[in-house]
Design a protein around this ligand. Sequence first.
Ligand code: FES
Length: 321
Amino acid sequence: MTVTDTRKLTVLALDRLADGVLGLSLADPAGLPLPAWTPGAHVDLHLGNGLIRQYSLCGDPAEQDRYRVAVLREPNGRGGSAWIHDHLTVGETLQVSAPRNNFALESSPALLLIAGGIGITPLLPMIAAAEAAGTDWRLLYGGRAGSSMAFRDELARHGERVTVVTEEESGLLDLDAALGEPLAGTLVYCCGPEGLLDAVAARTAGWPDAGASLRLERFHPKAAEGVEAGPDTAIEIELARTGRTVIVPADQSILDVLEDEGVDDCFSSCREGTCGTCETDVLGGEPDHRDSVLSPADRESGRTMLICVSRARTPRLVLDL
Ligand code: FES
């Protein structure tokens, strides 16, 4: 089961990083060290309005006394970012999950990092790690306007490794130039709006071993692609820790039913297959993966599944719950 412990952290500082972007620093109220994390990790913030939202950690993993995140105000969002911008104050406490990483930085001789807007946040610690490891890296960072693009000043010190493109001055990132030819020995990491992720995925689709070269961080579910999901049918779920069996009807999610049944250790946040909070070990049966989190290798192994959206290809699943 994914680590879903939460702890109360105090808001140490709130900083305006760019137009519509607020930086938060969070620390243990007693000054205790925080759980370790690696570049690409995120935490869940349990907000005062009852919402739970995921934000990438954008500070330094060596800094064990605080977490840093950056929050873009999303005017058309569901109220999470607006609550943070409008109501959160320094000194307040929030429940914060342990860090989880669905976008881990893998070792590679070269890295091409592509960020759209607030998607820059998970890439910042990757840049620091790449620098420390002597990796040949480049960053393409696009946004609507310079004033809304956070961290530009600190990125400027990396000189030609960083290309910043603002839509109002130069249009969109030139992905054809960057990805037109397969980049041997290069891992591509991309985080940003869906349009950017889809554009990057489309341009690398023809690369040899494209799946092994590209890593995407999605904040919204991806459209179904590749393998067709099976039909929605009822599933028998055996809960291995108690031996109980529950039936999940065709029109309900596994998570909903297990919550209704009062099953312990069912955790959730996004409930749309993007955050990884509900990841559950599979001990028997074959999952029908419908999430946007698991890698092709994870899906293939069938050892774990996201029970908020995924279903089953076999009539019965045995879950480690
Ligand atoms: S609750 Fe977010 S992936 Fe299932």
